[in-house]
Ligand binder design. Structure first.
Ligand code: 3HC
Length: 337
């Protein structure tokens, strides 16, 4: 399941360029631009400008890191889930996130960067991962709210990535989005159950919503005017919808869900704007966002230390797998001789 098979184009007819290994640089560039303009797909064997490759490695590896670091805040609750059913669901969800990380590392590897290099960059603090995973999960309601709001925001951002111009990334995202959609629904359902429970449970849900709401809005990234990568990312068809547009779509979709759930969203300025056909919302604390992105959020150090320890603890598994592969290769060579 977690193999390079995702990098096989599912519709070769949709490709508008052929690999151009020997063509002149200007001709290659023109073919690449024509493919992007025609909304075609770039595949690993196709020529691509170095900046396009670098942008993809940056974004896909950050995305992969977010998936595996994202396992940690919820993973903390596996041992404390309130019932066997909730525990089984949570284990499955956290495993799904690990799987998403693996699809994405594989997609990034098709661009010529190894998973070891990407993981090392994460562990050395040189690569980013989503700001949202640097906040603590204080109560069981946080698990439901992460499913509803964090996974809900992730889906909003990731559905357009299914149409990304780089084939392996786009195809990986189709499966990721299906699974994220289940995550979002299970989170919302678990909150529905709590809201039908005691007053203490309802208070717990409201408190979790209050703590996560603004972090989720910031998760879409800086405002378009302050987003250095957006213009080129959109030109290349990597990004399809801007940070601000996605944030607005998320607000508009979430307001009625909050109403149905019976919670309030912690923003006194949140209101429907008839003229715009969207909800207005209050200012986001971007200083706090950058503080967190730059490594100083409440859990950054803990998250990174946990990942590094897990990697080190797993060294013997990697060594054993390599030794086994070597043995099999030797046996195959012996048999062939
Ligand atoms: N957390 C951390 N860094 C962030 C960020 C966030 N929420 N939002 C933006 N940034 C960083 C960018 O990576 C960029 O840094 P860099 O240039 O050093 O790489 C800088 O802030 C400026 O932002 P831009 O808007 O210019 O950057 P992009 O054009 O790359 O847009 C993005 C940022 C929207 C996050 C885009 O990269 C993207 O869509 N990435 C793929 C999706 C993704 O990574 N999602 C993360 C969450 S995954 C998840 O939640 C897992 C699920 O299980 C819940």
């Amino acid at each position: 399941m977690y193999t390079q098979s995702m990098s096989v184009p599912d519709d070769s007819a949709s490709r508008s360029v052929q690999p151009l290994v020997s063509a002149e640089p200007a001709e290659r560039m023109a073919r690449f631009d024509a493919c992007i303009d025609a909304d075609g797909r770039i595949e690993p064997q196709d020529w691509m400008p170095e900046a396009y490759r670098k942008t993809l490695v940056r974004q896909i590896s950050q995305h992969a890191h977010s998936e595996i670091v994202g396992m940690l805040p919820e993973g903390n609750w596996i041992g404390r889930a309130p019932s066997l059913k909730r525990k089984a669901i949570l284990i499955a969800k956290v495993q799904d996130e690990g799987g998403h990380g693996l699809y994405l590392y594989s997609a990034a590897e098709t661009l010529g960067t190894s998973r070891d290099q990407m993981v090392q960059a994460l562990h050395e603090g040189k690569a980013k991962y989503s700001s949202i995973f640097n906040y603590p999960t204080l109560t069981w309601a946080d698990v439901g709210v992460i499913g509803w709001l964090v996974d809900g925001a992730a889906i909003m951002n990731q559905i357009p990535l299914c149409r990304c111009s780089y084939g392996p990334y786009a195809r990986a995202m189709v499966r990721v989005c299906k699974e994220e959609s289940f995550h979002q629904r299970q989170g919302y359902e678990s909150l529905m159950v709590m809201m039908r429970g005691t007053q203490a449970q309802r208070d717990m849900v409201q408190d979790a919503v209050n703590r996560w709401w603004w972090k989720c809005l910031a998760m879409f990234g800086p405002p378009d005017a302050d987003s250095p990568n957006s213009v080129q990312g959109m030109r290349w068809g990597i990004k399809r919808v801007s940070n601000d547009e996605l944030r607005q779509q998320f607000v508009d979709a979430t307001v009625p869900q909050a109403k149905l759930l019976g919670v309030s969203l912690p923003d006194p300025l949140l209101k429907w704007n008839e003229a715009r056909g969207h909800h207005d919302y209050g200012p986001i604390d971007w200083d706090e966002f950058w503080h967190t992105v730059n490594g100083n959020g409440p859990c950054n150090k803990e998250r990174l230390a946990t990942r590094v320890k897990a990697h080190e603890d797993g060294a013997w598994v990697r060594e054993a797998a390599l030794a086994h592969a070597r043995k099999r290769q030797q046996a195959a060579l012996k048999e062939a001789a």
